[in-house]
Structure formats: structure tokens, C-alpha cells
Design a protein around this ligand. Sequence first.
Ligand SMILES: [Fe+2]
Length: 287
Amino acid sequence: MDPQVKAFFDDATNTVSYVVRAPNGRSAAIIDSVLDFDYSSGRTDTTSADAIIDYVTTEGLTVEWVLETHVHADHLSAAPYLQEKLGGKIGIGEKITVVQDTFGKVFNEGTEFERDGSQFDQLFKEGDSFHIGQLRGDVLHTPGHTPACLTYVIGDAAFVGDTLFMPDFGTARCDFPGGSAETMFSSVQKILALPEETRIFVGHDYKAPGREEYAWESTVGEQKSRNVHVGTGKTKDDFVRMRTERDATLGMPKLIIPSLQVNMRAGQMPPEDDKGDVFLKVPVNKL
Ligand SMILES: [Fe+2]
């Protein structure tokens, strides 16, 4: 049984969010949602999430899952907002605890910030399965970009987050704390071992030289033959050298500081202060 997939592209962060629905019935899952955030003013906005809510409502869908492929560093998750409006369980990889430990220290969150993943409804590990109605999803642990990255394989569709990008763009960076280019290469092999016709849905797109349109869907076969970083003929050594050199030239994503603090809490803001106000921290010279 193969899902119907509806993509939502966020221009501000180049993120692709997905609504995945069973072909029969009304069950659906939302993957990698976006809460809009204007850093200059510190204001959130739900325009992107509301577009998903409109679609789900118009189509009469029942949201069973609100899934994250990983703790994103470039956009805030709208998971709690979507859950409040639409329901569903918020899921992420069990290695979120490693990410929480790392960034709990970076942001000096103290003991009130639990590092056991308890902010999420479901922690998935390699080999777990779940259902969207009668549609089955299988979980692959695909670390490298972050230690907790998952790929959700739902019918003939794989949601790879930031492990693979479009074949002409390649792969995601591996230089965040806990990232590893060696590990990423192994994770990619796991995805490329899926059947050739498996549809690959990526977490971001930035266009690519010679391509003027955003794109987010390819197949395992296309990735194997044409991915510029990991396709035919690319060795692990080539990949690790290329990735390490390239990552050294990349600046931090614009929203990394708010994103991590919010996303490691399953999309919740830090606790209010005694006046009921919410603040995000900026660690100086730490990232
Ligand atoms: Fe990411």
C-alpha cells in the first residue's frame, strides 16, 4: 500500500514539509513542519503551519502522527501547534537524548530540562514500525547529519530528512555537534539499499546549478546513478574528504540558535519566567 504525498515548501528556510496519507481512508501523518520565526523581531507566525491545517481540514483527514526526521537547526518545528489543532502523536528518533544532552549543555539549561526525550510522545529506533491507518511505516536510523536522524519508509516512499538531498545537490552537512561524514555515508547506503523505485522525499531543497525550480522528489534509482556526492563511483573516502572540506566553508544556519532551543523541546518554547514571558538565549562564542 503506497501513500499519497502532499508537499509544502517554505521559501524562508528552504524546508519541505509533508502530509502523508493512506490511499484508503482518512488517516494521515505530518512530517517536518515549520513554525515561521522572524529573528529580528523575535516573533513567531503560523502561516506555514496554517497552510497544512487548511489542507488537512479541507481533505477531512485525521492526523495520527506529527513526525520529525531530526532536531532541525534551520527552522522551528510547529509540531505542538499542529498537535493542538489536529491531534496526533509527536515522534522523533530515540537518540534525541544525545542531542538534548549536547545542546542542554550548550544552552546551560540546568536540571529542569529533561534529557530523556520525554517531551515527545514516541521515540523511534531502527526497526520500529508504526501505522497511519492501514498504511505501514518502518523506521531506519540514519545518523550522520545529526546522531538522531531517522528515515521514515512509508509504503513506497522514504522521507529522508537531511540525509540525502536532490541528486544534483547531493547531501547535507555533517559538521554539527554529533555529526559525522563517515556515519552519513553508511546511513546513505542503507537508504540506497531500498528498492530502486522507492520515492525519496528530501527535507530541504536549494535548487542546484542548472536547475531553476525547487524540487524534492526523486527515486532510489536516480539517487544511486546521479547523486553528485554518493552516486555511482563515489567512494567513502571521496565522500568524507569532500564533505569535510565543504562543511568547513559553511556558516551557521540563520535560525540555528532559536531552532535548537525549541526543537530539542519537541517544538515547545522554553518555560515562561515569573512574569509569563518567554526568552531564548544566545550563547556567545559557543557554537
Ligand atoms: Fe537538518
